[in-house]
Ligand binder design. Structure first.
Ligand code: FES
Length: 273
């Protein structure tokens, strides 16, 4: 059993959970994910690691309460235990040779972008972190993000905090201002990652995206995370979750990720009733 050591509500539907999982924490790296089951009858869900502490033996996950299992997780409290917590899974992000980077997070994706920015920052890389949210109420982990980069640019759709507009506007502005990034890392909704890639392509900047959102069972068996990268079939859970964004067929991935919407909706309604 894996105990919840800390629970913190970050916004109306987002919670942060610190889990006692020393064996996972021992090997966890940015970009990797875990699979958990709330109870013996629960579904297995993959969640990307938001932070790890090898000394304390803890893994932090940030959960948006949008589905049946994430809603159950949101109702759990400090001291409660998860039935299963397996990981770290997936390939760790690669950071060799990077001197200057832009890390772009969108919404909940900022919780996953955070360990990437932190690791780069700790390695002495000059990191611009661009974090986009719908509005000021949706902003999460602002202090943690500030501590994980050289400069934080906050962007909101409605301008209620930081710059008004999209992360792509802020990124283009920074590139046009003469920042020479070795890499741009984008993590968030697929449509955001698609347009970050469209923004960086004309400048020839290597762009890495995390396709964690399309994973289902996370073990390479269900086929749910199949995507096309550079004309080849890949699986996000075993070949990724990180991929060269300029090679990803986002339109196909977005179509495929909508396939299970009716079942997800039915499970969510069942959980709410
Ligand atoms: Fe099932 Fe990758 S999530 S095969």
């Amino acid at each position: 059993m894996y105990q919840i050591l800390e629970k913190r509500r970050l916004s109306s539907n987002v919670v942060l959970l610190v889990i006692d999982a020393p064996y996972v924490a021992k090997k966890a790296e940015p970009g990797q994910f875990i699979i958990l089951r709330v109870d013996a009858d629960g579904e297995r869900i993959p969640l990307t690691i938001s932070a790890y502490d090898r000394k304390k033996g803890t893994i932090t996950i940030v959960v948006q309460e949008v589905g049946a299992t994430t809603m159950k997780l949101g109702q759990m409290n400090q001291g409660d235990c998860l039935h299963d917590f397996v990981g770290p899974l997936g390939k760790a992000s690669e950071f060799d040779g990077i001197k200057k980077a832009a890390v772009v997070g969108g919404g909940l994706g900022c919780a996953i972008a955070l360990p990437q920015a932190q690791k780069l920052h700790d390695m002495g890389v000059d990191v611009d972190l661009i974090a986009g949210f719908r509005n000021t109420d949706a902003i999460i982990l602002e202090d943690e993000m500030k501590g994980a980069c050289s400069r934080l640019t906050l962007v909101t759709d409605d301008g209620s905090n930081g710059h008004k507009g999209f992360v792509t506007d802020a990124l283009k502005e920074l590139i046009e201002a003469g920042n020479k990034y070795d890499v741009v890392i984008a993590i968030g909704p697929m449509i955001m990652m698609k347009f970050v890639c469209k923004t960086t392509e004309p400048y020839g900047i290597k762009t890495i995206v995390s396709m964690n959102t399309i994973m289902v069972d996370g073990t390479g068996m269900c086929g749910g995370c199949r995507l096309t990268v550079g004309g080849e079939t890949k699986f996000a859970c075993v070949d990724g979750p990180d991929f060269d964004g300029h090679q990803v067929d986002f339109d196909e991935a977005m179509r495929r990720s909508a396939i299970y919407k009716p079942q997800e909706q039915a499970a969510r309604e069942h959980q709410c009733n």
